[in-house]
Design a protein around this ligand. Structure first.
Ligand code: ADP
Length: 449
């Protein structure tokens, strides 16, 4: 990263340097050209005065330095030239500056030499006698100017390059140093600190992701632990009825059961088998719900009809327990998974019957408040002690183990209810009084969001 910053700073420095250099050269060239032009003009004026006063004598022993002086008569013939033999020079009438001077008294022109490396500036004036005096000077082109400056420019370039390299690498290190020192385990330490102002949004994002990752990790660990516990519990729960069944079968096989006791033994085997079946069914239900209901078929369904079916299928069991179960409400169409909705009502009503007194009552109500479908289930049963109320939704948690087993409970009913409600993005509330009864209220959004 440091080398990238260094490269960026250095590139910018070099670009700025070259741009400044080109700009300065351009301005200088312009300035020098104007100065030279003005000088040529004033020299022409001086020479004009000299020739006007002294005539041809002015040219005697003349040292014109860098200037070329040419004197031309009105027909364009060269009368004098300080650099060439006038006899060999061609007629100058067609030269732009000469023509202008003859016409208006003053003329100027600029022409490139054939090499293009030089530019010739011309300034001409008509003398009172009709002749023309012309001065010219070689003007350096921008390239000759650059060549003339080559040495100092090279020196400046070398110094600038070295200096910008040193400064850029220092700057790059200074920028990168605090970033390298960041402890990514605790990005929050750097919030509000001067050195980290620019990277603070990045640090906040890293921190948010770090917390998210930590939470996800915790969640994964928790889920793994729950699964582990569940597997252990399942094996244990399965073993109990299996042991009982094989025990009874062994007694029957060895002829250790009296003729009259065979029926009760067979009943016991059947009871244990149906407990086993119920347990396996509940485990399958729960496993499906554990997968987040990925394969569930959502559809429009009548919640009241589903609840009525659940209640109907419990009528016999309720009658056996001498419990009266009733339902009220009217058809209510909601979007849901019928199988899970049935599980919710069935398990809650099943418990309400199972943990009830003889002669007790269970009432089910299906209502709507416009947004939510509300299922209320009240029983006049044994109730749940306060300390157990939080835990009854846990897998295999039972308030009274022997009673649960006696009534064929698996310890999974309320876990299934809780998951099925969650899949529907609903909520469940419970209030209970020992000896008086329990009230469950399930709320399920009518439309799926
Ligand atoms: P189980 O198969 O044992 O009924 P659940 O998960 O359905 O398992 O319920 C957990 C425990 O909560 C039950 O064992 C029971 O002790 C208690 N419970 C559930 N519903 C009721 C109820 N309506 N009245 C009294 N106790 C209840």
């Amino acid at each position: 990263m440091s080398s990238k910053i260094l490269n960026a700073i250095w590139t910018v420095a070099v670009l700025v340097f070259w741009a400044s250099l080109i700009f300065i050269m351009g301005i200088s060239y312009n300035y020098f050209s104007n100065v030279q032009k003005e000088q040529l003009k004033s020299e022409t004026q001086l020479a004009y005065q000299g020739v006007s006063l002294s005539g041809a004598d002015f040219f005697t022993d003349l040292d014109a330095k860098n200037y070329r002086i040419t004197w031309i008569d009105a027909q364009g013939n060269v009368l004098y030239d300080n650099e060439a033999d006038r006899q060999e020079m061609e007629n100058h009438l067609e030269r732009e500056e000469v023509r202008e001077a003859l016409e208006s008294g003053y003329g100027e022109a600029a022409r490139y030499s054939s090499t293009l490396a030089e530019k010739q500036l011309y300034c001409a004036r008509r003398l009172p006698d009709g002749t023309v005096l012309r001065l010219s000077i070689v003007q350096a082109t921008v390239w000759t100017l650059i060549l003339g400056f080559a040495q100092p420019i090279c020196l400046v370039i070398v110094i600038a390059f070295v200096l910008s390299f040193v400064l850029a690498s220092r700057l790059a290190k200074k920028i990168v140093k605090p970033i390298n020192e960041i402890n990514l385990e605790h990005p929050e330490y750097y919030y509000g600190k001067e050195n980290y102002r620019e990277v603070e949004p990045l640090l906040r994002q890293i921190n948010a992701q770090r917390i998210q990752l930590k939470n996800d990790q915790e969640q994964i660990e928790k889920t793994a632990l729950i699964r582990q516990e569940f597997t252990a519990n399942v094996s244990h729960e399965l073993k109990t009825p299996l042991h009982a069944i094989s025990g009874y079968a062994e007694l029957l096989e060895n002829g250790m059961v009296a003729e009259g006791d065979i029926k009760p033994f067979a009943r016991k085997i059947r009871t244990e088998s149906s407990r086993l079946t119920k347990l396996v069914e509940d485990i399958i239900d729960l496993t499906k719900l554990d997968n987040g209901g990925a394969n569930d078929k959502w559809e429009s369904c009548d919640l009241f009809m589903i609840a009525q079916n659940a209640v109907d299928s419990l009528q016999t069991a309720a009658a056996d327990m001498d419990v009266e179960i009733s339902i009220e409400g009217k058809p209510l169409t909601i979007c849901g998974v019928p199988q899970h909705l049935y599980s919710i009502v069935y398990n809650l009503c099943d418990n309400a019957v199972k943990y009830n007194h003889h002669g007790g009552r269970v009432s089910v109500k299906v209502e709507s408040d416009g947004t939510f479908a509300v299922i209320k289930i009240d029983d006049t049963g044994i109730g749940i002690p306060e300390e157990s109320q939080e835990r009854v939704f846990e897998r295999f948690y039972r308030v009274d183990k022997s009673r649960s087993k006696e009534v064929g409970g698996t310890g999974l009913g309320l876990s299934i209810v809780k998951h099925a409600v969650l899949v529907h993005e609903g909520s469940i509330e419970m209030t209970s009084q020992v000896g008086e009864g329990t009230h469950f209220e399930v709320r399920i959004p009518i439309k799926r969001t």
